[in-house]
Design a protein around this ligand. Structure first.
Ligand code: ATP
Length: 392
């Protein structure tokens, strides 16, 4: 509380006051709702719930939350200051003259979008109103229960009359949802223009953000360039080298190259370090393991190793297998045991492949390379294993 200076009291609600405040370190003004914390546990819970719920809502048509805290038996919720006042204040300022239809539709669209955001988060507001009037509590309750209201001015479009009639139905089942109002209710075509105007700045901001994300930030670029320059570029080119190596280039081109750095011949130590510490996420034909040989010779040697290929077995054998195998066998994952090398253990291990699980991700489209996820460290006749299962 000490962090804020109270400028003035701007309103009073059923649960406490609304104060206009200014943080000691800022010029911007905020509203601080001061709610007396009831002694009963239940009342305390629902007061705190308001703060928690508001903190979860982030939408251009909902008052923004800043923070909440408790002090001296009160709950304080600090939120955005709506300098234009609330709807009731705006209605009073009209002194009985009507708002233009366009303004009504714009504000109503904003309210619907805010409400939709709340509903999307599975929250019911249950108190949307201006101060929706009666001489006493009793007559207010009767009005609400009967769904009686002063009819709309007749010049307003039929769709608005129709909307209000349905929104004030006493049985909630007969009322349109906010989603229906926005998308398929008779009134939605009147709201269309305002909805687009409301959504447009959001879309533009999103597009701008995406554009920015796809671009290098200047500072980031500099940092990366410096890192690479220090760690793995050697300044080895001399004008003498260039005369011989780039004699075909025009004067301009070779001039540029003379000032350029060249990659060192071997991979830089830093890159090797990163590779050594990196997780292996896919196994290729040359598995990278801790302590692998990253010297030039080691890398050359591993390149020489031949990539594993499919056996060139006669296709008839495969076709026969496919004809007999049940279709659902294609969608299962198998571990194929190498029993034939441990014939003595045959009693303990069941014959044939062991089904592990149906793997749904295998039904997703992916490249053929991803499908060959056999263990690489031993060779076995997998067709024979499958034949044992489906043909015998
Ligand atoms: N964020 C805000 N910006 C500007 N004025 C506000 C803000 N919050 C509240 N007010 C003003 O303070 C008054 C009291 O607000 P409060 O939220 O305590 O009660 P309420 O919701 O209007 O009424 P009730 O609690 O009875 O439902 C409001 O009617 C409004 O005039």
């Amino acid at each position: 509380m000490d962090r804020y200076t109270v400028v003035k009291v701007i309103g009073e609600g059923s649960f406490g006051r609304a104060l206009l405040v200014q943080p000691n370190t800022e010029k911007v003004k905020w509203v601080m709702k001061e709610i007396r914390l009831p002694k009963a546990e239940n009342g305390m819970k629902s007061a705190r719930a308001e703060a928690v719920l508001l903190s979860r809502m982030k939408h251009q048509n909902i008052v923004a939350f800043r923070e909440s805290f408790e002090a001296n038996g009160h709950l304080y919720i600090v939120m955005e200051f709506c300098s234009g006042g609330d709807l009731l204040q705006r209605m009073r300022q009209q002194n009985g003259s009507l708002f233009p239809e366009d303004v009504i539709l714009r504000w109503f669209s904003q309210m619907c979008l805010g409400t939709k955001h709340i509903h999307d988060k599975r929250v019911l507001h249950r108190d949307l109103k201006s101060k929706f009037e009666a001489r006493s509590w009793k007559s207010l309750i009767l009005k609400v229960c009967r769904g009686s209201y002063t009819p709309l001015p007749s010049h307003l479009p039929y769709e608005l009359h129709y909307l209000i009639k349905h929104m004030l139905k006493t049985n909630p089942k007969d009322r349109p949802s906010v989603q229906t109002i926005l998308s398929s209710h008779r009134v939605s075509k009147l709201l269309h223009k305002h909805l687009i105007e409301e959504e447009l700045p959001k879309r533009e901001t999103k597009e701008l953000t995406e554009k920015r994300v796809n671009q290098w930030k200047k500072e980031e670029g500099k940092e990366v360039a410096m890192f690479l320059g220090q760690k793995s570029l050697l300044n080895t080119t001399t004008p003498k080298d260039l005369n011989t190596s780039f004699s075909n280039l025009s004067e301009n081109q070779s001039g540029n190259i003379a000032t350029r750095k060249r990659w060192a011949e071997g991979p830089s130590n830093t890159v090797l370090q990163v590779l050594r510490n990196a997780d292996i996420i896919s196994s290729g034909d040359t598995p990278i393991t801790q302590g692998a040989d990253f010297t030039k010779e080691g890398l050359k040697e591993s390149q020489k190793r031949e990539r594993r290929k499919w056996n060139k077995d006669p296709p008839e054998r495969l076709l026969k297998l496919l004809e007999k195998a049940p279709l659902n066998a294609a969608f299962s994952t198998y571990i194929i045991h190498r029993h034939h090398q441990h014939d003595d253990d045959d009693d303990d291990v069941p014959d044939g492949p062991e089904e592990v699980d149906t793997d749904q991700s295998r039904l997703e489209p992916r490249s053929d390379d991803d499908d060959t996820d056999f263990e690489e460290d031993f060779h076995f006749d997998w067709q024979e294993e499958l034949e044992k299962m489906f043909l015998h």
